[in-house]
Design a protein around this ligand. Structure first.
Ligand SMILES: Nc1ncnc2c1ncn2[C@@H]1O[C@H](COP(=O)(O)OP(=O)(O)OP(=O)(O)O)[C@@H](O)[C@H]1O
Ligand SMILES: [Mg+2]
Length: 338
């Protein structure tokens, strides 16, 4: 079961894993079980076992039908009370339950093996591309157009971000702010125009090199089911505990590092989730930082403090901060309005 939920987390969070260049780590994380499971599956899928399980399942259905009709008959002839019949049927299902459970496990194993093979393909897929030796010196949009389903989202957009600049990207909802981030991350191909990094066409830069330089908080960022520490550390290997605890304090997160976050972050508040995601992006400590609505999870009372922390943090970095809030402009030195 550990194996299945590991695989499921990996697939659900594939976007984060790619951006944080953590694919090979994920393959290793799952590898421990993979070989064992594959051997077991090979046995279970042998013709002999497959026929055995199909027979067993048929037998189970006949057995359950038999107990059900037998009990009903006994109630009808006044030998059993309704209660006795229900208990009998209940116990018979308890005996046969594991057989159908076994069948569902077989199906799960099959799906998981497909999933891990998919992950391996991602890992070995080598993209040729320019290595960003000196980090990101500049990013330029030259007359960039982007349309989706015939709908024009960005039209002739041109701007340059130079090393050390902090850009506030402002504009109404739906204007294409997050689209700009997706274009930089090569998640979507541009329709027309050109994006360059260090005057090299973005098309010629491998995603792996790109992600090694950029930390991202996107509107679709997710947390893994797992501890707060594991989630914070996706952005940085080998962070020390004091540094992580400092971040928890700074972002008003009332958790111990070992607190377990449930699936879909169901046991923490939306604001807490957004603050953990922000802390994770900052802990990655990359020189180029893209933050899409970083203040969404921060309340009015703590906004000033977090903004001044961000200002300090970004001092020697380059950043794009997307926001609806004009006050973010105060920590940036350039504003682009869409
Ligand atoms: N996957 C998609 N398929 C089709 N249209 C999309 C897709 N993603 C975004 N869009 C459209 O592209 C436009 C720009 O979206 P984008 O997410 O960039 O807006 P935004 O400026 O970030 O808005 P917000 O402030 O609400 O986050 C919107 O009109 C949106 O409906
Ligand atoms: Mg957006």
């Amino acid at each position: 079961m550990d194996y299945f939920s590991n695989i499921e987390d990996t697939i659900k969070n594939k976007e984060e894993i790619t951006i944080y260049n953590a694919i090979s780590g994920e393959v290793k994380r799952n590898d421990y079980y993979t070989d064992k499971i594959k051997k077991l599956a090979a046995k279970l899928y042998s013709k002999y076992f497959a026929i055995f399980f199909i027979k067993l399942d048929f037998l189970r259905i006949f057995y359950e039908l038999f107990v059900f009709s037998f009990s009903l008959y006994q109630v009808y002839t006044n030998n059993y009370s309704i209660g006795t019949a229900i208990v009998l049927i209940g116990y018979s299902v308890m005996i046969t339950g594991p057989i159908s459970y076994l069948n569902s496990i077989l199906l799960n194993i099959k799906n998981s093996i497909n999933a891990i093979d998919f992950l391996r393909e991602l890992d070995v897929e080598e993209e040729q591309g320019e290595f960003l030796e000196k980090g990101i010196e500049n990013i330029s949009f030259n007359k960039v157009n982007y349309s989706v389903d015939g709908r024009e989202i960005l039209k002739d957009l041109s701007f340059t971000i130079n090393k050390g600049e902090k850009i506030a990207l402002l504009g109404p909802s739906g204007k294409g702010k997050s689209t700009i981030v997706s274009l930089i991350l090569k998640d979507i191909p541009l329709t027309n125009g050109q994006i360059t990094i260090n005057n090299i066409d973005l098309k010629g830069i491998a995603k792996e090199y790109l992600y090694a330089q950029i930390a991202v908080l996107s509107q679709t960022s997710r947390l893994f089911p797992g501890t707060v520490e594991e989630n914070l550390c996706l952005g940085k290997k080998g962070s020390n505990k004091e540094e992580l605890e400092e971040m928890l304090k700074k972002f008003k997160l009332p958790f111990q590092l070992q607190y377990r976050i449930d699936e879909n972050s169901a046991n923490i508040s939306q604001g807490e989730k957004e603050r953990i995601l922000l802390a994770r992006a900052l802990l990655a400590n990359k020189n180029f930082v893209i933050l899409d609505e970083p203040l969404e999870g921060v309340d009015l009372q703590n906004k000033g403090e977090i903004l001044s922390y961000l200002k300090n943090y970004l001092e020697d970095k380059t950043a794009i901060i997307i926001t609806h809030r004009e006050e973010v402009g105060a920590i940036c030195n350039k504003v682009i309005k869409l």
